[in-house]
Every structure is written in C-alpha cells, then in structure tokens.
Write a protein of this length. Structure first.
Lengths: 558, 264
C-alpha cells in the first residue's frame, strides 16, 4: 500500500512504526559495477552527489588558503603566482565542478522524474555518460592542478591566457570543455523528460516549481554551454597554433573572447541559481503548509530569468571598451532581470504570510537563502548601473556580490534541498538539532566572511591581489575568521549526514507530510519509482485540501 | 494489494503497466500483448520513446547551432573589419572543389533520406545499400577536402609559422589579377584562413563522427535491427546528417562565394 497512488492526494503513514522497505533502488543490485554501469537516475544522482561533494571540499580548501594569505597585509604565505593559482583553481572547481552540476545533477536527477510521475529520465544512458564526462572533466582539472596549476583566473581572459602565461591552460580548458558537455547532456535530458514523460494528468501547471526552474536552467545549459565550448576551443587553438583571433597584434580582438565567454558565463549564473530557487519553492511551501503564492508567476519568472539572462552578458565588459550605447542597453536589460527575481522573493514572502510555519533545518536554510539572495541580487543592481560599476568592478565588492548569490544563495538552497530530501534519498533522518546548529553556523559564518568584503570593495580593495594596504586588515581578519566558521558549518553536514546513513532514525515515506509525488512513494524509492504510474488530478502544493481532509477525519473519529 | 505487486519482478510490471494504459500496444495474432525488444522499460509507449528520441536529437542540433554560431559570429565580425583581406583570401579558395563538394554532400543527404524511407517501409537490403551510398559520398567529400587542404598547404595558406602573405602583398608575381594589399591588411588574411580552417575543420570533424556512426548503423541494419518498424536510430542519424549538410550549405557561400568577383 505504500506505493499505491489513487485519487487521494497524500498518504500520511505513521512515522513511528516506519520500516526501511525490503527492496529499494539502493539494495536492488549489488556490487560496484551495478553502480558504475547503472542507468537508474537515482543511482546516478548519488554518484554525482559523492563526486560534487569531493570537488566542493577541494575548492573549499583553496578558498581557505586564499583567506589565510589575506589574513595579513604582507604577502607572507605564498608568492603572487601561487596565489593566482589558488583563486583560479578555486573558481574553476567551484563553478564548473560544483555549482553548475550541484542541484540539477543531484537533486534534479533524483527528483524530476519522480515529481512528474516518470520511471526514469528519457535517456538513462546519456545521463550516465554525462556523469562520466563530468568525471573526466574533474580528473583533467585535478591533472592541471597536480602538474602545477593554472593562473588565468576562471575567466581565461585573453590575451593573458593565450600569450602571457605558461601554465596548464590547455589541460584546464579541455576539462571545462568536457564538463560542459556533461552539463549539456543533463539539460537535454531534463527538457526531453519534462516535455515527453509526464504522467497522465500532470499538466505543465501542475508540475512542482522545482521542475519549472530546472527546466529553465536546462534551456540555458543547452543554448549557452556550446558557446563556451567554442570559445574555449578557440583559446586552445590560439595557444597551439598561435593564430590571432583574439590577439590584437595580429588583428584579432580580445573583446570577442569576452563576448563569447560571457554569453555563456553570465547565463551560467542563472544555471547555478535557478535550480536552487526551485528547491526554495518546495521547502517554503512544505514548511508553511501553503500553496506557493502566485504559482504561475513563479513558474514564468523562472523562464523569464532564463530568457533575460541571455541578453545581459555585456555588463561584465562595461570597463573594457564596449560602446556607450551598448553599455546603456545592457545596463537597462540587467536591471530588468531584477524583476523576475523580485517576483520570486515577494511570492515566497507571501507564501509565508499566514502560513503554519515550522522551523525544520531545510526551512532555516531557505530563510538564509531568501535574505542572502536578496542582498546579493540588490548589490547586482549597483553593479549593473554604469557609473557605480566603474567604481566597484574588479574590487571586493563584486567578489562579495557574487558570493552572496552563489554561496549565500545557491549553496544554502543546495543544503536546504539535501536536508529536505535526505529522508527520501536514503530512507533515514538526519539529526535535527545538530543540523539546525549547522544551518545557523553557516549563516553566521557566511555573513562574517562576506559582509566585510562589501565594505572592503567599496573602500577600493581590488580583487585578485595577495597583498593589501595596512588599513584593510581589520575587515580582512573578520572575513578570514568568518571563513573558518563557514568551514565548520560545511564540515558538520558532511559528518552527520554520513553518520545518519547508518544510525539515522528511519524516516518513513512522508516525514514532512508533503503533497509532492515524490513523498507518496516509499523511501528510499524502488528502482522503477512507481509500481503503477500515478494519474494526477490535483494541483501542486494542495495543502489547503490536505488540511481540510485531516480536519474532517478527526471529526469523523470523534 | 500493491504489496504483492511490489515484490514481483520489475519486468512483469512493464507488462502490467501497458495493460493499464494501452495507448500504443502491439497485439500479435493470438491477441497477446507483445513488448518489442527495443522498447525501454521506462517509456510507457513506443510512441513516447520515439518522440522523446527525436525531440532529444533536435535539442542536440540546437546546441550544435550554438556551437557553430560562435564561429559564424567571429567570421561576420572580422569580415566586417577586414573586408579587403577577406575578399582576396576568399578568392583564393577553390570554388570548383567547393561546388563539387556541395553536390557530393547533397547527394549523400539524398541517399540518407532514401535510407530513412527504406527503413520505414522495412526494406532491409535497400536500407543497407542507401547507408553504404551515404557513406561513400561522405568519404568522397572528405577526399575532396583533403586535396583542398593540401593545396592550401602548398600555397602556404595554412595559418601558423609557415603562413605567407606574399601572394596578397604582391599578387602580380603570382599571376593573380588582384589589387595588392598593404602589409598590415595582408596579415589579416591569416585570420580569414584560420576561420576557414576552424569552420571547415569543425565541419569535417562532424562528418568523420557521422561516418563512424554510419558504419555502426550499416552493420546493425545488415543484422536486420531496423527492419521491423524500429527506425528511430536511422531517423535521428538522418537528422544529424542533414544538419551537417546544412552547416556546409552556409559555409560554402560564406567562405567561397560571398566575395567572388569575375576575374578580369
């Protein structure tokens, strides 16, 4: 009965008597090969989860080294070349190997098919291929690291990357090229799955918002990533053959590289944040026991962000000599992106209004997201304004801005999602009080790390330098102290989630009493997800209906 | 009730499911339900599987357009900037070979289209023949391309250390009826040739991948894999092959024809 789905929306089995199901996707087959050659989207999601966690901690280690160097004004820990390699590796690993695949490849992979009532993604083999491509990309990055690192910055700015540096640019570039195809295949799989695999009755506007936001991110992956690929191929060819497409000495134009690079890399920011926004919609709705306010607006705002996201890339180039007119247009378009983002924030706020809010760990992370993302987003408007940008760009202000969006926003959303769905993925609960402590630690550590950087940037401390004048030290010490707290905040989940795999309480099928399809099947799910394909005849997040039903049941019993 | 189902073999469930939702099922002579071997378990129906496959292929082609798009963008930009250099270098391309290649590629695409038709009407031998002809013409294209590249090598038009602008600064010495270019503009011909090699090279790489796939498809077709109504791989490969054709149909005028003027 646990997997039977009829016309009733939700089943709320007794959690106290819950047992781990005898057969599930984890114990369905045994042996390493059954994992490495699997086509099951849930197993591939777990493979991804392990690999991105690995790279997250490597990237995090570099962040720690950067902060350690910046503890003192003098360049005392490492030489400037080594420092350049630190922040380059930090950027490459965190962006291409952690943030881009984080939510889509793990949570999206695991839950999109289940949420729309399908048995798997449309192309399971391509899904597995995408994980292998990711691994190859990751291995090449590590190779570049072991051989001596790259120091171009994650942006591979030409002609620096093509003419002036003799580090392992080509190795790192091929790593990104290959990891890019992994992300293209993930996006392609999601789009086809969402278009073609929805269960009977699962209309577009009955889909959970998590699917909508991953769908929007997938569009960006499919359309943006190939442009990055070709830009990187051209950089590699320029290094190998020495031909000047990007070399002004030979008539080429470095600005062309900037256009091609940011045509992907700005949308990439939305690739990173959109799936996180999807997680927040799920979490906020579940823990305020309310339907997401303005469901349609939130769904369309994801698509709007994806669409506008393609037309703002030149705001990375305001100080690089683009024409005033295009700067003006791109500045206006940049501010336009703030609109759909604000729609989301306001709608979440209205979802909370008069909701029955509870403060479970995922909800704490989601609150963290809302606050920090709002700050990150609004400071983005500062940077989109032409005059301010000239003062603030290439300073710590911009570093703080995108860390608020990426770390404060996306990483919080990722952790919210991991905690929210951990019981479904593993069948076990994480320890609640410890995880609340971790959520609070992360929030405090984060603010301590990055708020001082806004001030530093405003005062004029440039990014990417390993030494700075004496007067910036106090704020830098605060930032480094915050990074330490943040590090603890990230280590905690790794430890207690690992612990919970064996010792966590049995979660049961629906620990949050949520309405999504993924909560109506056993935890951990069967390999084929559903015993019978569900027929969906209700809206997403129908908590009002659920509440009414529960109330009536009590009356009947009484 | 569901508990009993939950412990049965997952393969039974496919059957079970299809009985619940017989949108598209194949019934054999005895009136029994048959699941075709190529039907993957996570699709409810054959139709869904086929649609998903072709939709996925179209999306992939979209990423390919974006991939080539970056180079087309670079081409248009530099052509605008260095117009004289692009005119002269474009005139050095071998239109005869380019036109022959266009014809060869269109013929190859024609046989591919016939191949898709042959698969749909389940004519195994015809399909194999068509795939072989597609491959032959694809290889012919690459052969012509080889001679074109060789010619460029002999003329020192391959970008890099051996590149020579002599032909463009002093066309008279090479019996060319072109206006000589100033040395700095003549340098820019190298950008044209780089883009020429990058674009046609990337196109040729797609052809090579396509030919490898053709070998594999021909072998499977020979084994009869596509003679029972299962044509998705042939159809999807057809889409890819036609896409590669279309890229060439843009490259040919842009690189070979656009600046051509009658030689006086």
């Amino acid at each position: 009965m646990s997997t039977q789905i009829s016309n009733t929306i939700v089943l709320l089995p007794d959690q106290a008597t819950a047992k781990l199901p005898k057969r599930n996707y984890i114990n369905n087959e045994h042996g390493l090969l059954s994992w490495l050659l699997t086509g099951d989207h849930k197993r591939i999601a777990m493979l991804y989860l392990i690999s991105i966690t690995f790279f997250f901690f490597i990237g995090g280690a570099f962040a720690g080294l950067i902060r350690l160097e910046l503890l003192t004004p003098a360049p005392d820990l490492v030489s400037s070349d080594t420092y350049n390699k630190f922040f380059t590796m930090h950027g490459i690993i965190m962006i291409f190997l952690f943030l881009v695949p984080s939510v889509p490849a793990t949570l999206g992979n695991f839950f999109i098919p289940i949420m729309i009532g399908a048995k798997d993604l449309a192309f399971p083999k391509i899904n597995l291929l995408s994980w292998y491509l990711y691994l190859i990309g990751g291995t090449l990055t590590l190779t570049a690291l072991v051989l001596g690192g790259v120091d171009t910055g994650w942006t591979f700015t030409t002609p620096l990357s093509t003419h002036y540096l003799n580090t392992h640019v080509i190795t790192a570039a091929s790593a990104i090229f290959i990891a890019g195809f992994s992300s293209i295949f993930t996006g392609l799989n999601f789009i086809v799955t969402i278009h073609r695999m929805r269960a009977p009755g699962m209309t577009w506007f009955r889909m959970p918002l998590f699917c909508w936001s991953n769908y929007a991110a997938s569009i960006l992956m499919v359309l943006g990533t190939p442009v990055l690929a070709i830009a990187i191929v051209l950089v590699a060819l320029e290094r190998l053959v020495g031909i000047g497409v990007f070399d002004p000495a030979k008539g080429g134009d470095p600005l062309l590289f900037q256009h091609l690079f940011w045509f992907y890399s700005h949308p990439a920011v939305y690739i990173m944040i959109l799936p996180g926004m999807g997680v927040i919609s799920e979490v906020i709705s579940t823990f305020s026991r309310k339907r997401v306010f303005g469901y349609t607006a939130v769904a369309f705002s994801s698509v709007a962000i994806a669409l506008f996201g393609f037309f703002v890339w030149a705001h990375h180039m305001f100080i690089m000599g683009v024409s005033n007119y295009s700067a003006l247009v791109f500045s206006l378009l940049t501010m336009l992106v703030a609109v759909p983002s604000a729609i989301k924030i306001f709608n979440w706020a209205f979802t909370l209004q008069k909701g029955s809010i509870t403060f479970e760990t995922p909800m704490l992370y989601a609150f963290g997201f809302m606050g920090l993302f709002t700050i990150g987003g609004l400071t983005g408007v500062f940077l989109g304004s032409l005059g301010m940008d000239i003062h603030l760009t290439e300073t710590y202000f911009i570093v703080a801005h995108f860390h608020f969006v990426m770390v404060g926003g996306m990483l919080m959303a990722f952790l919210a999602g991991i905690h929210f769905w951990w019981p479904k993925m593993t069948g076990r609960m994480y320890p609640e009080s410890l995880s609340k402590l971790a959520a609070v630690t992360t929030f405090i550590g984060f603010n301590l790390t990055f708020l001082p950087q806004f001030i530093l940037g405003y005062l004029g401390m440039p990014r990417r330098y390993h030494a700075y004048p004496q007067e910036y030290q106090v704020l830098n010490v605060l930032s480094t102290a915050g990074a330490t707290v943040l590090g603890v905040g990230y280590m905690l989940p790794l430890l207690y989630l690992g612990w919970s795999l064996k010792y966590g309480a049995i979660a049961g099928d629906n620990p949050w009493q949520a309405t999504g399809l993924e909560w109506q099947i056993q935890s951990p799910p069967l390999t084929e997800n559903f015993v019978t394909i569900p027929i969906v005849d209700y809206e997403a997040y129908d908590y009002e209906w659920l509440e009414k039903k529960q109330r009536e049941e009590v009356t009947t019993v009484g | 009730m569901a508990n009993t189902v939950a412990h049965t073999n997952p393969l039974d469930k496919v059957d079970h499911l299809e009985k619940l939702m017989p949108h598209e099922s194949i019934i054999n002579e005895e009136g029994e339900h048959v699941v075709l071997p190529q039907h993957r378990h996570h699709f409810e129906t054959e139709e869904q599987q086929r649609e998903a496959g072709s939709f996925g292929m179209w999306l992939f082609l979209l990423t390919e357009i974006m991939f080539f798009g970056g180079m087309f963008f670079a081409y248009l930009l530099y052509r605008n900037w260095y117009y004289p250099a692009f005119v002269v270098s474009s005139n050095q391309l071998n239109v005869g070979m380019g036109a022959a290649n266009t014809a060869i590629l269109i013929t190859s695409g024609f046989f591919m289209a016939l191949g898709v038709w042959a698969a749909e009407v389940r004519k195994k031998n015809l399909l194999v023949l068509m795939l072989i002809l597609t491959t032959v013409f694809g290889c012919a294209f690459l052969g012509v391309k080889y001679f074109e590249y060789k010619e460029k090598y002999e003329l020192h038009h391959i970008p890099g250390s051996s590149f020579s602008t002599a032909m463009f600064t002093n066309p008279g010495a090479y019996h060319l009826k072109e206006e000589p270019l100033a040395p700095d503009m003549a340098e820019k011909t190298q950008i044209f040739f780089f883009l020429y090699f990058a674009m046609t090279g990337m196109h040729a790489l797609h052809m090579i991948i396509g030919i490898v796939l053709l070998f594999w498809l021909t072998w499977r077709a020979h084994k009869g894999a596509f003679s029972s109504g299962y044509v998705a791989p042939i159809e999807n490969f057809g889409l890819y092959w036609h896409f590669v054709d279309i890229v060439w149909l843009f490259l040919f005028p842009l690189l070979y024809l656009i600046n051509r003027h009658p030689v006086h």
